[in-house]
Design a protein. Structure first.
Length: 94
């Protein structure tokens, strides 16, 4: 399943504005995709068959991602395998 993207700015936010703090931190590129597709942790969890808490623990770096979940996220967002290190950097940091 692939998602439809929306323009990368929120209603009322100027196009040149910086991204909100919620997309900064660990796994920044995954957070940017979630923001761009208007997907929260609960929705991402539903898409990959996991709970919101599971997704939260992975996005904050508290626990490592399961390989099957990484593949599911890459397929969901149509991430090219060559871009794996960008979206899933070691320890969640670029």
């Amino acid at each position: 399943m692939k998602l439809n993207a929306r323009p990368f700015h929120k209603k009322g936010q100027a196009k040149g504005d910086t991204m909100p703090a919620l997309v900064k931190g660990k796994y920044t590129e995954i957070r940017k995709l979630m923001y761009g597709y208007e997907i929260d942790q609960t929705c991402l969890g539903e898409q990959i068959g996991r709970s919101q808490k599971y997704v939260s623990d992975r996005l904050t770096g508290k626990r490592p991602w399961d390989t099957n979940d990484v593949y599911a996220i890459m397929q969901l967002f149509d991430i090219n395998p060559s871009e794996f290190p960008l979206y899933f950097p070691q320890a969640g940091q670029p």
